[in-house]
Design a binder for this molecule. Structure first.
Ligand code: NAD
Length: 491
């Protein structure tokens, strides 16, 4: 497939992201024959390294990723080159350009260039403007930019970052990574909805009572305390991943499955999310911070005792919220989201709770009929469960919940590519469907900025307010209880 003939320049090639995700993904694509011999990878970072040392790093990172190395690994590694780089030095961009030209000749690559920003965002603007001014983007084939989160820390900073990179790249050349969009079951939301006659007719406020999206982590901040203490759960998770899942769940069926049509439906959802005033935020959003506790039998410290975290930090490590989408399909259906660190388990899932039947013929007591649920398991389990009511064996007139499970990653895990591998391949092919458009970024920041404004005015007094190893603070349960609902436990 000559659409994959390209050079990939990775800024930040000695970093964690490059080593843990990018090198293994590129190798996996190569091993599967999706990348043939017409590619090159240029690693760029501050450190002095020669090609051989860099290739050794790449080999090690693949080994650590548990992808099995096969005989062709040395040939694969010969496509990798390293440039030690100061991002503010013009000369280095010219050297990079020369090397790109050489490798394009050597590997017969038609000038297609992918620039992957795997380093701190404060340099993105500088890099983009030099790439352009020094002619690195000025070539025969395509130029594309892949850029990581965080995309700004609020709307104004995101706007500035966007203006900076737009100096060198057009919107359709920019691939903003939200790695949730690379996950198999997130991509599957669209299929479940639009390929099944039994769901789409029910997918509205007549039949759905509420939707719950949970993304819980059992880990704390680990060694990212410095970044996280400035960011918090709302910026780190809600602005991007959680709101992306909301828009996929709530969007109207697109006219077709093209990037433009899907994006435009997702953007409409983000526009329809009911805006809050700063004064209303406390009715809809609550926050938490973890205390010490016990997870999987191990004692863990409180957030405020973590490395590089301010001992008086008011940063939220947990957020729960209630969203309303003001359109014909969703008016009146609350969408609850929650995400946090140091929760009971690592799990991302969506629970769609259907409304009760108009009349319950099996009524015995409050709890003898279970609402129908559709559960989409996103990680680490991937699959779908449906909760129905069946007959209780040998007891006339009584029902019992029955759960039907479909497990996606139980079938063949080895065949299931990692999110980064899928997204990188999409970007190489020029498919930006599973990347976030600027309009989505801007609308999400606008929504999230209001919450931060309210929280800044209204400092917390009860942090830490949930123990590590629990599903978050009590206020998150109250949020649903007010509406007569509760979070569905692990089913
Ligand atoms: P890291 O600190 O491990 O690596 C940073 C890299 O940038 C290193 O290779 C370093 O040499 C290089 N670098 C830094 N300053 C430089 C300079 N002035 N000139 C040249 N090179 C320079 O960071 P990371 O964890 O790999 O993250 C990179 C980016 O990806 C960040 O924006 C981060 O927020 C984002 N991200 C990372 C992950 C992850 O899993 N690590 C996940 C999502 C997003």
């Amino acid at each position: 497939d000559n659409r994959t003939y390209c050079s990939i320049v990775i800024f930040g090639a000695t970093g964690d992201l490059a080593n843990r995700k990018l090198f293994p993904s590129i190798y996996s694509l190569y091993k599967k024959g999706k990348l043939n011999e017409n590619f090159s990878v240029i690693g760029v970072a501050r450190r002095e390294l020669d090609n051989e040392a860099f290739r050794n790093n790449v080999r090690t990172s693949i080994q650590e990723s548990k992808i099995e190395l096969v005989d062709n690994v040395e040939t694969f590694l010969s496509h990798f080159h390293y440039v030690s780089f100061d991002v503010t030095d013009k000369q280095h961009y010219q050297d990079l350009n020369m090397l790109l030209h050489d490798l394009e000749g050597q590997f017969n690559i038609p000038g297609n260039r992918m620039f992957y920003m795997a380093m701190a965002p404060e340099f993105f603007g500088t890099i983009a403007s030099y790439l352009k001014s020094e002619g690195v983007t000025n070539d025969q084939g395509w130029n594309r930019l892949i850029i990581e989160k965080p995309f700004g820390h609020d709307l104004p900073s995101a706007q500035k970052l966007n203006n900076d990179i737009r100096e060198a790249f057009q919107e359709d050349e920019i691939y903003r990574i939200d790695h949730y969009l690379g996950k198999a079951m997130v991509q599957n939301i669209e299929v479940i909805r639009f390929a099944n006659a039994i769901f789409e007719p029910l997918w509205n406020n007549r039949y759905i009572s509420n939707i719950q999206i949970t993304s819980s982590e059992s880990l704390g901040v680990e060694d990212r305390g410095g970044y996280y203490d400035q960011a918090g759960a709302l910026r780190d998770m809600v602005q991007n991943h959680m709101l992306q899942m909301v828009s996929l769940l709530a969007m109207e069926p697109p006219i077709s499955l093209t990037t433009e049509e899907i994006r435009s439906e997702k953007i409409k959802v983000l526009r329809a999310i009911k805006r809050m005033t700063v004064d209303e935020v406390d009715q809809y959003f609550v926050r938490g911070q973890y205390d010490e506790g016990n997870i999987y039998g191990k004692d863990v410290p409180a957030y405020r005792s973590e490395n590089k975290v301010d001992p008086q930090s008011n940063t939220e490590t947990f957020v729960a919220g209630k969203l309303s989408i003001n359109n014909f399909r969703w008016a009146g259906v609350p969408i609850y989201i929650r995400t946090g660190k140091r929760m009971t388990e690592k799990s991302t899932k969506v629970v769609i709770q259907f409304k009760e039947l108009p009349m319950n013929l099996y009524y015995k007591s409050e709890d003898n009929m279970h609402p129908n649920l559709l559960i989409i398991h996103i990680q680490p389990d991937e699959g779908i469960s449906i909760v129905l009511n069946g007959k209780k064996l040998n007891i006339p007139g009584e029902t019992t919940p029955v759960k039907l499970d479909y497990c996606n990653n139980c079938l063949d895990e080895s065949n299931n590519p990692e999110a980064y591998e899928k997204l990188l391949y999409d970007a190489i092919l020029g498919d930006s469907t599973n990347f976030t458009h600027w309009d989505e970024v801007a609308l999400s920041w606008q929504f999230v900025d209001t919450i931060y404004k309210a929280w800044e005015n209204n400092k917390v007094s009860d942090f830490p307010n949930y123990r590590s190893g629990t599903m978050g603070p009590k206020v998150a349960d109250d949020l649903l209880a007010e509406d007569g609902f509760h979070w569905w436990p692990i089913l």
